[in-house]
Design a protein around this ligand. Structure first.
Ligand code: UDX
Length: 435
């Protein structure tokens, strides 16, 4: 199949590269010329495990190339994937600026019949809007079919998820489009869910909303466990053994962040508002998540009513491990509050520091390793469960900190180990270990 992918963000790029790995002939279009040049040299602008290898392999094999030229990219292609960003708009709804621009650019350069496939997460009904927008701007009388093929990729493991996902969802009201998409995806050897256009769009939002709900739910149970003296690790393990509940996504902590859950939960609430339907469950999920981010600072404030002048180390800045993404990361709120209270704040992250510098306050002191970041501090706060942080020996806090008090927002350490370490250790949903 000859395919063109519009947008080379993490979704578009991973999709294009993985489709070329299946043997399809893929051209990726992006408006950013520098990015296109770099990609044509086999250099990826983002870090995704396994991506560079497949990128270089398929460029060399002649299956994959990148261009800024819509006309050239679309020429002779049978399918166009739209994978541009749909950021959060001011009112919480998805901003369709990039979708609209890509649709118009397709229309103004299309010279043959084509199947349009939407990868971007878009509100229900947007696919019909895309089809109409392209149709009304066409320069040639060509035939269009439209389908939705939402992604379920986690940042950091997007290539792995493409080949090992639980399912592929394809939705269209056109049988031929469904068949064509089924063929394109056959090489992944994954279960395929075929449905109509609107249901496919809804599956994506409903899945992300459910996962976000699972996280806020376990966080609520964690907050309660803490007050009544239970241990959330044991509670989650006991719950997760029930197959109807499942043990994934039951890690209590300081809430979800990143480029998907915060945006998609707000967007689905906004979709409900548009049809006069309130969504009390999801509104609570979002509220609890907003509160959960600040919970670690509240814990610090309970223990140290005045942190003015105290030295605090913050370990982990990215919204989750194995990414340098700072979008909706709890570190934004936490560092801001600590500085507001007058603390001196050291920070460390294995890969996100460069990105963090453009977002967080200039008053933070960046360090290139954990030991230097915690040396001479009174308080350490863990915000991201990087492997390196989880494996950092507990004795080291005692050795390098002045007053070894650790607040762990991601339950990186076993409680038993913490209790033997001689530290004062606060975590989420578990009893506090006092010295
Ligand atoms: C998510 C979805 O998993 C993916 O299917 C979708 O396409 C995009 O959004 P991503 O944002 O990359 O992917 O990260 P994920 O690993 O799912 O984690 C999301 C957030 O939830 C992180 O902030 C993480 O720390 C938090 N989380 C996850 C928890 O707090 N507890 C958990 O048990 C799991």
């Amino acid at each position: 199949m000859n395919i063109v992918v519009i947008g080379t963000g993490y979704v578009g790029l991973v999709t294009g590269v993985c489709l070329s790995e299946l043997g399809h002939n893929v051209t990726c279009i992006d408006i950013d010329e520098d990015k296109v040049n770099t990609l044509n040299k086999g250099i990826s602008p983002i870090y995704e495990e396994g991506l560079t290898e497949l990128l270089q392999k398929n460029i060399e094999a002649g299956n994959l190339d990148f261009t800024t030229d819509y006309k050239k990219g679309l020429k002779g292609k049978q399918m166009v994937y739209i994978a541009v960003g749909t950021p959060q708009g001011e009112d919480g709804s998805a901003d369709l600026t990039y979708i609209n621009k890509a649709s118009k650019d397709i229309a103004l350069n299309l010279e043959n019949d084509i199947i349009i496939v939407t990868k971007s997460t878009v509100p229900v009904g947007t696919n019909e809007h895309i089809k109409e927008l392209i149709k009304s701007n066409l320069i040639k009388n060509v035939h269009l079919k439209i389908a939705s093929n939402p992604e379920f990729l986690r940042q950091g493991s997007a290539v792995y998820d493409t080949f090992n996902g639980d399912r592929i969802v394809i939705g269209s009201d056109d049988e031929e489009a469904l068949e064509a998409l089924e063929k394109v995806n056959a090489g992944f050897h994954l279960p395929i869910v075929k449905t109509d256009l609107r249901s496919a769009e809804m599956i994506k939002y409903a899945s992300n909303a459910f996962l976000a709900t699972k996280i806020s739910f376990i966080n609520e149970m964690a907050n309660l466990s803490e007050k009544i003296g239970a241990n959330i690790d044991h509670v989650a393990a006991g719950m997760g053994m029930d197959k109807r509940i499942g043990n994934a996504f039951l890690n209590a902590g300081i809430g979800y962040g990143g480029s998907c859950f915060p945006k998609d939960t707000r967007a689905i609430i906004s979709i409900g508002k548009n049809v006069n339907y309130d969504m009390p469950i999801l509104e609570s999920v979002v509220d609890l998540n907003d509160r959960q981010r600040g919970i670690i600072v509240d814990k610090v404030a309970d223990r140290f009513p005045d942190i003015k002048g105290k030295k605090v180390a913050v370990l982990g800045l990215a919204f989750k491990p194995n990414t340098d993404d700072m979008r909706e990361a709890p570190s934004i709120l936490v560092t801001e509050k600590l500085l507001e209270e007058g603390a001196v704040v050291n920070v460390y992250d294995p890969v996100a520091s460069e990105n963090a510098k453009s977002i967080l306050s200039d008053e933070l002191n960046y360090y290139s390793n954990i030991v230097d970041a915690i040396k001479g501090t009174d308080i350490t706060i863990i915000l991201t469960e990087w492997k390196e942080i989880k494996e950092f020996p507990l004795e080291n806090y005692k050795e390098y900190m002045v007053e070894p008090v650790v607040f762990d927002g991601r339950n990186c350490y076993e409680l038993e180990d913490a209790s033997k370490s001689g530290l004062e250790y606060h975590s989420i949903g578990r009893p506090t270990i006092k010295r």
